[in-house]
Design a protein around this ligand. Structure first.
Ligand code: ZN
Length: 245
């Protein structure tokens, strides 16, 4: 974001990283910008590792499932799809050839089919451009080595609270204890607002969060993202080699 026109001209850079966050309620203990703060951190780490152009976070995304809570601001999912298309298109037009999208918000489901379609559209238009999606659950099963709860810890729970305790403890407020854990299926968010199926807007186990777990989780997310990108690149080379035979 602080690079000048001259710096872009001098530096051969064809890779950009876009963090996508959310502005949505995260209970009484975490700020509405939690997903944006986490996405920005991971994207910054990836951009550093890959020597890529780090874009400012697209903070407002698909959070309609939290709209009953004041402070939540959201785009319709179709709007988010169009925004991602425009961002990728403007990057491609000025010379970028690859865009990595890291989403810190699990509710941005629309990104997956959108990016799947975009990559096919680029092929059909004969354009040299790829868009790669890295989801917030990239840490996968290995986060079970760090967290006490890998299941039913969906929102502002042990994972996100741990990361926030590591990144910005000054923004973590006291947790309001829940009398019972939310046990309905995750896809009930398709029908109900999160504040109607939870007691304080969080869904998980924030009481078990620690800053040390947060540090370990961020390191794991960074390493898993890099491993994913390397594996993808390897597969791309293998397929291209077969095609050019
Ligand atoms: Zn979140």
């Amino acid at each position: 974001m602080y690079n000048t026109r001259k710096q872009f001209l001098e530096k051969e850079c064809e890779l950009a990283v876009l963090p996508v966050g959310a502005v949505e309620q995260h209970g009484s203990h975490l700020p509405v910008g939690t997903d944006a703060i986490i996405a920005q951190e991971i994207a910054a780490r990836l951009a550093r590792r890959l020597n890529a152009y780090l874009l400012p976070c697209l903070s407002i995304s698909s959070s309609i499932e939290h709209r009953e809570s004041k402070g939540t601001v959201y785009l319709r999912s179709d709007t988010l799809a169009l925004v991602i298309r425009d961002i990728a298109e403007s990057l491609r037009y000025s010379g970028f050839r690859r865009l990595i999208v890291f989403t810190g918000h699990g509710g941005n489901w629309i990104l997956k089919p959108t990016i799947r379609q975009m990559n096919r559209d680029y092929v059909e238009r004969g354009l040299d451009m790829d868009v790669i999606l890295i989801p917030s659950n990239i840490s996968g099963a290995r986060q079970g080595d760090i967290l006490n709860h890998v299941q039913h810890d969906l929102h502002a729970g042990e994972k996100e609270t741990s990361i926030m305790l590591h990144l910005c403890p000054e923004h973590v407020e006291p947790i309001v204890p829940a009398t019972a854990h939310t046990t309905v299926p995750q896809d009930y968010m398709d029908y109900f607002d999160v504040i109607d199926i939870t007691e304080d807007g969080y869904w998980g186990f924030p009481q078990e969060a620690t800053a040390d777990k947060g540090k370990q989780l961020l390191d794991l997310m960074e390493d898993r993202s890099i491993a994913y990108l390397e594996a993808l690149e390897q597969e791309r080379r293998r397929i291209n080699a077969l095609k050019t035979r």
